[in-house]
Design a protein around this ligand. Structure first.
Ligand SMILES: Cc1cc2nc3c(=O)[nH]c(=O)nc-3n(C[C@H](O)[C@H](O)[C@H](O)COP(=O)(O)OP(=O)(O)OC[C@H]3O[C@@H](n4cnc5c(N)ncnc54)[C@H](O)[C@@H]3O)c2cc1C
Length: 411
């Protein structure tokens, strides 16, 4: 049996971030994944400024090294297509925290980005990486946790487990009673294409808020070598209510939507659509208990408006590492002590998640969304406000104020 004071289950961006922040604090950890890397993860592959700023806190060299690889394209903004089909281009504001020589965001296939993080993990001697090991059960013994593999063998003994095992975590259900709630969950599908025309020269990611998909969207995210990640996501309650088949809907849009069909006319599908769940952070949950913390998708921390989860997975990994240090110092792994992690995490991310929920609610009024886009196309100040809203929470607060809509409507 392997013994480690801290064990992290899942070596996606959340788990790697936790292990690397622990390493930075001089705390050894065991990082376990059921897969052997490189492995794919169904995703839009968009790495926003939130990802870059967390990596920057870890070590600015990591972003710099990644920017020099051919595994990514730098992305400098977002293109919003409103329900009335008007297009608004919004450049990303560069995070102050991030080195200004770097772009505001990247797009990179997860098979490459996650493996890049694993290579970073391997550079740190205090992290023991265990691949090809699925953890299926746990039991408590003498204030510690015993973790079993799929053959039922108890293989790990630890004081603290950090579950970073993604959207389908059985442990989130079993320990924290987090169940899939359709109003707070999105189903997404992703495919890869080569040769789509009309991509923005600065690799703006495209979010098409088409009427039939609201409050979800269709996306095109440009990748290296003329490829693009293409997909769509919709809230699960809407999918059930409308009886939608996402795969059919994706092909319907690509082949028949008046604008998209021209852009895809000579494009080739290089990977068929594959689906995966997105547990949204539109509801606060209990994310810790005796001897454990949940992070990333296992803690349902995905942005309800954009569907981004990599940034919050990595940030919650950092908060879990900070709390783990406190637990080890106090030798206290009780549920009561662990609550400090919930408070810290929601203190940092809660406001942003609430505001993103407000933005998701705005999509219930497609006419208002279209109107804001129409006005922003003509009005530089409003465009700049929206640009700031993508990264600045103080500015995004305006979305909660009726005065913002009053100014847009009558200003
Ligand atoms: C269609 C789609 C599009 C998306 N687009 C974007 C986007 O463009 N940008 C963005 O920021 N986010 C996006 N997301 C969300 C993003 O993919 C997730 O939020 C992110 O991957 C969460 O990271 P994580 O580390 O918490 O979990 P994951 O990345 O899911 O990693 C979990 C890891 O745990 C391992 N694991 C699982 N169970 C076990 C077990 N029992 N034992 C051991 N190991 C286990 C898995 O092998 C995996 O490596 C999208 C999601 C979907 C589905």
């Amino acid at each position: 049996m392997i013994e480690s004071e801290v064990c992290i289950i899942g070596a996606g961006p959340g788990g790697c971030s936790t292990a690397m922040f622990l390493a930075k604090m001089g705390i050894p950890s065991l990082l376990v994944d059921k897969a052997t890397f490189p492995r794919d993860k169904i995703c839009g592959d968009g790495l926003s400024g939130w990802v870059l700023s967390t990596l920057n806190k870890l070590d600015p060299e990591i972003n710099y090294t990644f920017s020099k690889t051919p595994l990514q394209v730098p992305s400098w903004g977002a293109r919003f297509i409103a329900p009335n089909l008007q297009t608004l281009d919004v450049p990303f504001k560069i995070h102050d925290a991030v080195n200004n020589n770097l772009p505001a965001g990247f797009v990179s296939k997860r098979v490459h980005f996650d493996n890049f993080l694993i290579e970073e993990v391997k550079k740190r001697d205090s992290i023991s990486l265990l691949e090809n090991t699925e953890i299926t059960d746990l039991e408590y013994a003498d204030n510690q946790v015993l973790l079993s593999d799929k053959n039922g063998n108890k293989i790990i003994k630890t004081k603290l487990v950090i579950f970073a095992n993604g959207a389908y975590s059985k442990f989130s259900k079993k320990l924290a009673n987090i169940h899939m709630e359709k109003r707070h969950y999105v189903a997404g599908i992703r495919s890869y294409y080569d040769g789509i025309t009309g991509i923005h020269e600065n690799n703006y990611i495209e979010l098409h808020f088409l009427k039939d998909l609201l409050p979800g969207y269709f996306w095109i995210f440009p990748l290296p070598n003329g490829q693009a990640n293409v997909g769509l996501g919709m809230r699960s309650d809407k999918i059930s209510k409308k009886g939608i088949n996402l795969k059919k809907m994706l092909y319907q849009l690509i082949n028949h939507n008046s604008i998209l069909k021209e852009r895809f006319a000579n494009a080739k599908e290089i990977d068929s659509p594959k689906g995966f769940g997105l547990p949204l952070g539109s509801k606060r949950r209990k994310i810790s208990g005796d001897n454990y913390m949940l992070i990333g998708d296992a803690a349902s921390l995905i942005d309800p408006f954009t569907g981004e989860g990599i940034g919050n997975a990595m940030a919650s990994g950092m908060y879990a590492a900070i709390h783990a240090e406190k637990c080890l110092k106090a030798n206290n792994f009780s549920a009561e002590f662990m609550k400090g992690y919930d408070q810290y995490t929601y203190g940092k991310l809660g406001k942003e998640l609430q505001l993103s929920k407000a933005m998701q609610d705005l999509l219930n009024y497609p006419w208002l969304f279209s109107l804001i886009v129409n006005k922003a196309i003509k009005n530089k100040t409003l465009r700049e406000t929206i640009s700031s809203m993508l990264t600045d929470m103080e500015v995004r607060e305006q979305l909660k104020k009726p005065s913002f809509y009053f100014k847009v409507l009558f200003g």
